[in-house]
Write a protein that binds this ligand. Sequence first.
Ligand SMILES: [Zn+2]
Length: 338
Amino acid sequence: MNNDAEAPAEAQPDAQVDPPSRKRPRVGSKSPEPSEPQRHERLWFEDGNVVLQAGDTMFRVYRGILCNASEVFRDMFSIPQPPEGETVDGVPLVRLYDSPFELADLLDVLLNGKKFMKQSARPTWPVVQSLYRLGTKYQMQDLRGIAVHYIKRLRLDKQQRRERLYDPTKSAVIYEPADVIAMANLASAFNFGKNILLDFLYVCCQLNVEQLLEGIPHSRGHVERLSPDLLQACIQGRENLILASVAMVRECLVGDRCRDADCDLILRERRIPEEDTKAYYNTDPLGFWDIPYYQKQYDDLKDLVCQTCFPAMLDSFEDYQDDIYAHLGQYIKLNVIY
Ligand SMILES: [Zn+2]
């Protein structure tokens, strides 16, 4: 049942299926059998002068617009079409070895750009990824630039880390759990740089081991899996981040800043959760105070500990977290040099 979005499109045999299907195109149909190519529901313009086919989806669009946006298309169309070339309704057909989803994203932004910009104060990750990948492949600098803009905004700066902006409800890009894996894979494949890759892998480390090993089904029908080297880095990284959380609690829950011995006692008592050991063994030292157990501790301690020790304790956590973030590569170890 897997329908890998990356699978190169095979040439489809002439339709012998009956009757010729005129129903709405089912982009990314899960059927493993080759099927009759379908016209894209929206990206099919009756006056279009070229048909692009990716997988089993056809798009009737405009050569001039493609050439204007892309050097690759410009070169492709500068070669005269052979008279015996394939056509659809008399219009030349060009087969592309892209995912139909990604090509649809690219053409949608190219041809419905205004609409896209309006909706996309927060675009979805798959659209950003399509623009990056195909914008790179077809040398469409403007579209690629839009993707780069959003990808950069996914970096976790210090303030964002505190506010948990790797939370998909607040992030610059709308994404689903499987997209976190796609982000790391893309950053690695296109060599975005070590720091942004580590940011994405840190978020991947918050997935459970089963999700990491099995991959996560995407709403577009495929399963996102980390590449083997990234998977290894994350499995080991989770363990290291758990150890870092434990060490951070041990170091930072102390109250030796005032003369009141009670503060120290109260803070030390909170080091080990009574029931919720998950809170103690957590993979998210950077989001520590958002873990429900410690959220509660935070509220309690604010009243129980003196006005010197409480802010001092928060400062120690902050310093410790900054240090973890500054040395993320020591926790999530990459085999490849980026
Ligand atoms: Zn105190």
